[in-house]
Write a protein that binds this ligand. Structure first.
Ligand code: ADP
Ligand code: MG
Length: 225
């Protein structure tokens, strides 16, 4: 069982999209997945309400009064719990971090996103999880333009490296397939490949991301044992 939070203090950097990508991947691997939508906008609740979502993925809404109970309930009958939060550094985010095995901090390749990601890493490091340690965490580059890496991107990556911030090896590129997750209200494996471009590339990024996160969680558990 693993609890994974998508956290950033910024809206629009790809938290909900990444939660949906990971939910689809873990469901495809045969896991029962619960997404806890702790964003008052409830986009993920609406995404699931469409009925195009695999039945092994369930979504529940939560706020600061119900998050702890929802996580406990989710842990009873799911293998993976994904917590999607609002883009701010509020109490819900801190509560979610404190209950997580892994925190992914999505950031687009921009100076503002990197600044916010560094702040979020600071928060994660200040919050012990159930094991009494900060959750395993990494910045996840999202909406990365395909093709050559720009000089700006390389400079931002170097800034994170110099600050000693862990960065996920896998990136989610800028692809219309990711946008289509909301418009088609479904998972990557169910998107129509004849209508949406590069679904296969998005699927392989999603699979690699799910594997990287699983490996990081397992690695931390083995180290603790
Ligand atoms: N990798 C991506 N490629 C293309 N568009 C993306 C990608 N990730 C997110 N988006 C788009 O960016 C917008 C914000 O993403 P979202 O996941 O809702 O961010 P957040 O939950 O952090 O506010 C949405 O329109 C979404 O479709
Ligand atoms: Mg969101």
């Amino acid at each position: 069982m693993a609890v994974i939070t998508l956290a950033s203090s910024k809206g629009g950097c790809g938290k909900s999209t990444t939660a949906i990508v990971l939910a689809g991947q873990f469901a495809e691997q045969g896991y029962r997945v619960r997404i806890i939508d702790a964003d008052p906008k409830r986009r993920v609740v609406r995404w699931a309400a469409s009925g195009m979502v695999p039945e092994t993925i369930t979504v529940k809404a939560a706020d600061h009064t119900s998050l702890a109970t929802e996580v406990r309930n989710a842990e009873l009958d799911n293998d993976v719990v994904l917590i999607d939060v609002e883009g701010s550094a509020n109490m819900v985010v801190s509560m979610a971090i404190g209950r997580s095995h892994y925190v992914a901090i999505p950031a687009n390749p921009s100076a503002a996103d990197v600044e916010d990601a560094i702040q979020m890493v600071g928060l994660v490091n200040d919050i012990p999880n159930n094991a009494g340690k900060p959750a395993v965490h990494a910045v996840l580059w999202t909406r990365v333009p395909t093709g050559f890496r720009s000089r700006e991107f390389n400079a931002l990556a170097k800034q994170l490296e110099e600050a000693g911030i862990p960065v996920c090896d896998v990136v989610l590129s800028e692809r219309s397939a990711y946008k289509s997750l909301i418009s088609y209200s479904t998972t990557l494996d169910r998107l129509p490949t004849d209508e949406v471009p590069s679904v296969d590339k998005a699927r392989s990024e999603g699979r690699a991301l799910a594997e990287a996160i699983s490996a990081a969680i397992l690695g931390a558990q083995e180290k603790a044992a």
